[in-house]
Design a protein around this ligand. Structure first.
Ligand code: ADP
Ligand code: MG
Length: 251
């Protein structure tokens, strides 16, 4: 018989997210995602790439039920996410979009938003810690959100997501509106969080160069289907893989 500790260790070994034959159809029966089975390893960055319209954002949205997946298709730590409280799920699984939607007020107001919704206040100390985790100076807490550059705003949105103490971050092209320097800063902050907190990251990117910089593993979608998944350096550079075609602009 397995000991309790062994069972806990086994749980830690399993992928953070697991998709089992995920198919999504629209009302007119058009398929957006087709029979996708895929695992997202814990504590790693998995990049999703593929042509525009291939289903990357839809897949990402299924992971925190912004798009409701069918029961029995998406598992977080072995648990069917459709059985979880949706707000609790979204605290565990934070998300950043291409354009950070900060509301009017200070950076601190924005960072504290999630906890405040649940009736908890954040200390100035904690807000400062979260800003630092997102690669921003603590003093930025008192700035008005509309004074931030695009890169600063995206990192403030990251600090706001971190305030919920997520286990997973979903990133939907978070740097595509940023200049190269701000892009690198966001990339470095995310990789630092993976390394220090063990965050699991699912990162939609249209930049093959970015995938090469940040991905531990990757998956290529086309026309709602999973085409290839595995090691980015291998898939993007060697042999006759579709990923190489994508990288070369042939898809
Ligand atoms: P990607 O992020 O890879 O560009 P999306 O996941 O946004 O692709 O879209 C995949 C397909 O699903 C596209 O054909 C898109 O038009 C369609 N689609 C996305 N969202 C909706 C929606 N809310 N209603 C209908 N069709 C949608
Ligand atoms: Mg998209």
């Amino acid at each position: 018989m397995k000991s309790r500790n062994q069972a806990v260790e086994n749980l830690a070994d399993q992928p953070k997210f697991k998709l089992k034959n995920l198919t999504l159809a629209l009302q007119d029966d058009a398929l957006i995602l087709r029979d996708i089975s895929l695992e997202f390893p814990a504590g790693q960055v998995t990049c999703l790439i593929g042509p525009s319209g291939s289903g990357k954002s839809t897949l990402l949205r299924c992971l925190n039920r912004l798009w409701e997946p069918p029961a029995g298709t998406v598992f977080l730590g072995g648990v069917d996410i459709t059985s979880l409280d949706v707000l609790a799920l979204r605290r565990k699984v934070g998300m950043l979009f291409q354009t950070p939607a900060l509301f009017d007020g200070t950076v601190a107001d924005n960072v504290a938003f999630g906890p405040v919704l649940r009736g908890k206040s954040l200390s100035d100390e904690r807000v400062g810690d979260l800003l630092e985790m997102a690669g921003l100076p603590r003093a930025m807490a008192s700035k008005s959100s509309d004074e931030l550059s695009g890169g600063e705003a995206q990192r403030a949105a990251l600090a706001r997501a971190l305030a919920n103490e997520p286990e997973v971050l979903l990133l939907d092209e978070p740097t595509s509106a940023l200049d190269p320097a701000a892009t690198r800063q966001v990339e470095e902050s995310i990789l630092h969080l993976r390394d220090t907190l063990g965050l699991t990251v699912v990162w939609v990117s249209h930049s093959v160069e970015q995938v090469m910089r940040v991905a531990d593993t990757m998956a290529l979608l086309a026309n709602g289907r999973l085409q290839e998944a595995g090691d980015p350096a291998h898939l993007l550079s060697s042999g006759h893989h579709l990923s190489k075609d994508f990288a070369a602009g042939r898809m």
